[in-house]
Write a protein of this length. Structure first.
Length: 95
């Protein structure tokens, strides 16, 4: 798929199977992967921006997910009632 620009993010690539769209914000180096299952958005994955001084804030429930230390972040999410699940591979947060 040809790259297209719309707003701050641009579509860098898309793949109907397995249903993923990669969005890029070039200036700070922020990437967002959208995952779809049967035409429905099933996941959003954010990749940390490359420029430490970038004017980018990614907030979840008002918390800066890339600039708050992970141990503090998960503790704060738990205090707000989010369910924290840890496996040998990853940690996830659900509301």
């Amino acid at each position: 798929m040809a790259e297209s620009t719309r707003g701050l993010l641009r579509v860098a690539s898309s793949d109907p199977e397995p249903g993923q769209i990669l969005l890029k914000h070039d200036a700070p180096g922020l990437n967002v992967m959208l995952g779809f299952t049967k035409g429905t958005l099933s996941g959003v994955e954010l990749f940390r921006f490359l420029d430490e001084d970038a004017d980018v804030r990614v907030l979840l429930d008002g918390l800066d997910v890339f600039r708050t230390p992970s141990a503090d972040l998960f503790e704060l999410f738990a205090q707000r009632g989010h369910q924290i699940t840890t496996t040998s591979v990853s940690t996830s947060c659900r509301n």
